[in-house]
Design a binder for this molecule. Structure first.
Ligand code: FES
Length: 164
């Protein structure tokens, strides 16, 4: 070994180019491994927007003015990658203005309210929330009135709209 020989060999420019390409390919692979799952999740059905669906509930003549009816129904909804049958309940109230549809979930913590016809009130069994027949809070912890669903009467039938 002579005294004038450098300690490290100068890197061959061709070899440097090949190394650059290899590092670039590795970086692209890493970016794909990170971005791929994020894009896949964003495109999944869970991220798809809720859509409004009209549901036929009953004949219009089956509810008298001033009457409140608890109505059970089911509908097919997309849950992740599956389509499943879900059961729902709403309260319908017929008044001079038309038909009102109230959601039975208490606006405090979501317990299901019950209608007590003798008191003409919706009562929440969990913490004693009380709503009137229009769904307005009369007492207890609920912070807002019962939720309402849009209603239409078409062809003698009562329809309500739900987001699924
Ligand atoms: S959940 Fe109804 S009053 Fe608390």
């Amino acid at each position: 070994m002579s005294e004038h020989q450098p300690l490290l060999d100068p890197i061959d420019p061709q070899r440097r180019k090949v190394m650059g390409v290899i590092v670039g390919v590795i970086n692209l692979g890493l970016i794909g491994a990170i971005v791929g799952p994020v894009v896949g999740f964003a495109a999944s059905p869970m991220k798809s927007k809720m859509k409004e669906t009209w549901v036929e509930l009953m004949d219009e003549h089956l509810i008298a003015p001033g009457e409140i009816k608890e109505v059970n129904f089911s509908m097919r909804v997309v849950d992740g990658y599956h389509e499943v049958e879900r059961k729902y309940t709403v309260f319908l109230r017929r008044s001079e203005e038309g038909v009102l549809c109230l959601d039975p979930a208490c606006t405090h913590l979501g317990c299901r309210v019950e209608y007590q016809s003798d008191r003409r009130r919706f009562i929440c069994p969990c913490h004693g929330g009380v709503f009137d027949e229009e769904g307005r809070v009369k007492s207890g912890p609920p912070p807002k009135p019962m939720d309402r669903h849009p209603v239409k009467i078409e062809g003698g039938k009562i329809w309500i709209s739900r987001e699924v």
